[in-house]
Design a protein around this ligand. Structure first.
Ligand code: C2E
Ligand code: CA
Ligand code: CA
Ligand code: CA
Length: 283
């Protein structure tokens, strides 16, 4: 409150409590984060468990705040969603990812799909399709190099809209991944209802954490089952949060398609990711 003028301070002390004030400050800073160039995308590789080649990446947002340092998306994305700021942020993420990926391709680096995360509200709007078409056209990125990660919440809303968005993206050739798979309430029925429209499953980190080198262990059963299930449904499967070589080995034995986690790399700034991509292979 020190830096604020007298009037603002009076408003604060008379009508807002400390928590509201904090959110208010956060919101007004976030409002300017885009124009002030404080948002940045980090990229985390998805790796083939056999060859250790980079086969894809996920774009993860960071907010570089001049005073607070790097703010994690878990802290500001919920606020962005409540205040509608996620519309602008979502557009920025989409466009920046496509521009960046095209730049890597133009620099003759291996071509990979880069996924973005979309909240339910940003996914479930008819404008998403035209929006994606426009961004792909503007950036000249082929649609197969953009993927969209959603969570199950996106699928629980108005069925008509869900189908029309999924079908629209499928028509464009933009793949949809179901994130945090296994943590929701109706994961299995979602798979059945949207068969063919959701082409990638991401096994939630909690199931990966539990993996042991012993194949017969109960804790391995779920991950193994999810991988088999996705193969049956002809979906590609990505394991999230892989941190140890034991986990990698087990997942490779189960024929998991790709691996994402600190074992290979944390999410890193674009310039660092470019170096990884230049190497092509990790480990
Ligand atoms: P998510 O989509 O499930 O992303 C995976 C999170 O797990 C990332 O956290 C990533 O850094 C972290 N992670 C990756 N590998 C490992 C590992 O081996 N061990 C551990 N412990 N963690 C690992 P991050 O970057 O903090 O993002 C958190 C969440 O914020 C994301 O979860 C996603 O839901 C959301 N998010 C991130 N970027 C965006 C965005 O651009 N838009 C929207 N709407 N949400 C975003
Ligand atoms: Ca994700
Ligand atoms: Ca996830
Ligand atoms: Ca998550």
């Amino acid at each position: 409150a020190k830096e604020l003028g007298k009037n603002n301070f009076q408003v604060y002390s008379s009508s807002l409590n400390a928590q509201t004030y904090k959110i208010f400050t956060l919101e007004s800073s976030l409002r300017h984060a885009i124009e002030l160039n404080q948002l940045e995308l980090y990229y985390q590789p998805k790796v083939c468990p056999n060859t250790y080649e980079i086969v894809g990446a996920e774009a993860l947002i960071r907010w570089n705040h001049p005073e607070w340092g790097i703010v994690s998306p878990d802290e500001f994305i919920p606020l962005a969603e409540e205040t509608g700021l996620d519309i602008e942020i979502g557009n920025w993420v989409k466009r920046t990812t496509c521009i960046q990926n095209k730049q890597w391709q133009d620099a003759n680096l291996p071509k990979i799909a880069v996924s973005i995360n979309l909240s339910a509200n940003r996914f479930l709007e008819q404008s998403l399709i035209t929006n994606v078409v426009n961004v792909l056209e503007e950036t000249k990125l082929e649609s197969k190099y953009l993927e969209i990660e959603i969570t199950e919440t996106s699928l629980l809303e108005n069925e008509k809209i869900v189908f029309s968005v999924l079908e629209g993206l499928k028509g464009l050739g933009v793949k949809v991944a179901l994130d945090d798979f296994g943590t929701g309430y109706s994961s299995l029925s979602s798979l059945k209802r949207f068969k063919g429209l959701i082409e990638i499953l991401k096994i939630d980190r909690t199931f990966i954490n539990d993996l042991t080198p012993l194949d017969t262990a109960d804790s391995n059963f779920i991950a193994k089952m999810i991988i088999q299930l996705s193969q049956q449904l002809r979906m590609a499967v990505v394991a999230e949060g892989v941190e140890t070589t034991d986990q990698l080995e087990v997942l490779n034995n189960y024929n998991c398609d790709s691996i994402q986690g600190y074992l290979f790399s944390k999410p890193v700034p674009a310039s660092d990711f470019e170096k990884l991509l230049r190497k092509g292979k990790l480990m």
